[in-house]
Design a protein around this ligand. Structure first.
Ligand SMILES: C=C(O[C@@H]1C=C(C(=O)O)C=C[C@H]1O)C(=O)O
Length: 475
């Protein structure tokens, strides 16, 4: 690699992974303590990253390619001993080295897309837990030892982990000073305001979007708005994530570099030769809806049987399958969507499964998670149809008219390993921690010819509800 395309040299990562109980003996989410951890949790399982071994930041249309090249260089030292599957040998998921990642939605966003390589990754899946220690062999701490042949091992890992946990315990926010997270008192110190794209601005943008659709420029467009929560006390990010991971168990709770949330939508998951996605589009607020069986009937009537919702959903599924297909030897996407029930909303959902090309032989020759993410992002679930026309109109109606840059919102967020495996969700139902007392929330809706501005605005409220409630607001 003569011209890797980055000025700071890539690290030379080495790692060791071993079976171990979760530190502290509680659940994964309980490892979140300072707010600077990385996280990826669903149904109580997943991974939490502690500390930092290396980091890469980039912007622009080449952000995925730059990240991919940096990651290839960083993991080259360990890439000799890999098989493609993430569940090999002694039953431990082979996910090392591992980075958490978040990418900006737009090619021209000034916001950094990042790869974060935590020093420790604590993982849990199928009742097993493990620890991975990752170091940069060229960093001042290890260079001399590494030159003499040293490589990370379990004994050193355990020593280092004890040190790291003691350090972070010292930085833990004072629980007495943290917001309680529920109840009227908690809401007292919190203030919710419109963001740069106000609610009035949002209605106006939807009207203009519908007009463009009627004029035939495009078929579907996703428009977003932002809102800001300011808190008298520092925002208790670990508590917010713990709440989300418990209340939205079926969603992927994520934290990377200040981007936090719990998304129900999977852009692409690559495990060995198999790629999976969960496409969502078509939303119904559960607030005020009938409960129990009556609720399911209501959801079926207003989602499954509604041509507007079905149309919106079909466009989102097609945008994913058309772009995924060239990388696959077989692809399954049921014609009939199912209704995904979340605590705040119902969605029309389609799960897609595909077998990737290059499935023969011992090593991956087909695309990895990051290459697929680049090919698939942005789908019509968060951009529109056709993609280019929708992206241009989003730029006009959100950015030029109102100064809203989506930043990492609606971009891919997740993790990747050194073998091309990984999971990238779409960063929805989330927020960016802008500073200790301020978080900016985002939510968007698919706009089609039949869209009503007031109903779309109401839908953004429903989509912000999980984060608002986790922050302690009554929403
Ligand atoms: C854009 C968002 O959600 C997307 C839009 C949806 C819709 O318009 O029905 C549904 C799920 C997501 O694909 C969001 O949550 O902010």
């Amino acid at each position: 690699m003569n011209n890797p395309g980055f000025t700071v040299p890539a690290p030379r990562l080495a790692s060791c992974t071993y079976s171990a109980p979760l530190p502290g003996g509680n659940g994964l989410a309980d490892l979140l303590s300072t707010g600077s951890e990385c996280a990826w949790i669903r149904f109580g399982e997943g991974m939490v990253g502690l500390g930092s071994a290396a980091r890469f930041a980039t912007t622009g249309p080449g952000r995925f390619e730059a990240a991919r090249r940096w990651w290839m260089a960083a993991t080259a030292a360990e890439s000799g001993d890999t098989s493609r599957t993430s569940v090999p040998d002694d039953g431990l998921p082979r996910r090392s080295p591992l980075a958490f990642a978040a990418f900006a939605f737009a090619d021209d966003s000034p916001v950094d897309s990042v790869l974060v390589v935590p020093e420790f990754v604590v993982g849990s899946a199928q009742g097993r837990s493990w620890l991975t220690w990752q170091v940069d062999l060229d960093s001042p701490c290890y260079a001399e030892k590494a030159a003499a042949g040293w490589r990370p091992d379990r004994a050193d890992a355990e020593r280092r982990l004890r040190g790291l946990l003691a350090e972070t315990a010292g930085r833990k926010p004072d629980p007495a000073g943290a917001p309680a997270g529920t109840g009227a008192e908690a809401a007292d110190g919190l203030r919710l305001t419109d963001g740069v794209l106000t609610q009035d601005g949002y209605r106006a943008a939807v009207v203009r979007g519908v007009r463009e659709i009627e004029a035939g420029t495009l078929t579907k467009l996703v428009l977003a708005r932002d809102a800001v929560v300011r808190s008298a006390d520092p925002v208790d990010v670990p508590q917010v994530l713990r709440t989300l991971s418990v209340q939205y168990r079926d969603c992927w709770t994520y934290a990377v570099n200040g981007l936090i949330g719990s998304t129900p939508e999977m852009l692409v998951k690559v495990d060995g030769d198999v790629a999976r996605a969960r496409v969502l589009a078509g939303t119904l607020d559960r607030d005020g809806a009938p409960v129990g069986t009556a609720g399911s009937d209501y959801a079926r009537q207003l989602l499954t049987d509604d041509p507007k919702q079905r149309h919106e959903h079909r466009l989102a599924v097609d945008s994913l399958t058309e772009r995924l297909k060239p990388f696959t030897t077989s692809l399954e996407a049921p014609d009939e969507p199912f209704v995904l029930e979340l605590p705040n909303v119902w969605h029309l959902a389609t799960d897609v499964t595909a077998l990737l090309v290059g499935a023969e032989g011992a090593r991956r020759t087909g695309p990895g998670a990051l290459a697929l993410t680049e090919a698939l992002h942005p789908t019509a679930a968060v951009c529109g149809t056709p993609r280019e026309a929708a992206a241009a109109l989003i730029n006009r109606l959100e950015s030029e008219d109102h100064g809203l840059d989506r930043g990492l919102f609606a971009g891919p967020v997740g993790w990747l390993d050194g073998n091309g495996n990984g999971e990238f969700g779409i960063a929805l139902r989330g927020a960016v921690v802008e500073e200790e007392h301020t978080v900016r929330l985002y939510a968007g809706c698919g706009i089609v010819a039949a869209s009503d501005p007031e109903a779309e605005l109401a839908e953004t409220h429903a989509k912000m509800r999980p984060m608002l409630q986790a922050l302690g607001l009554h929403a």
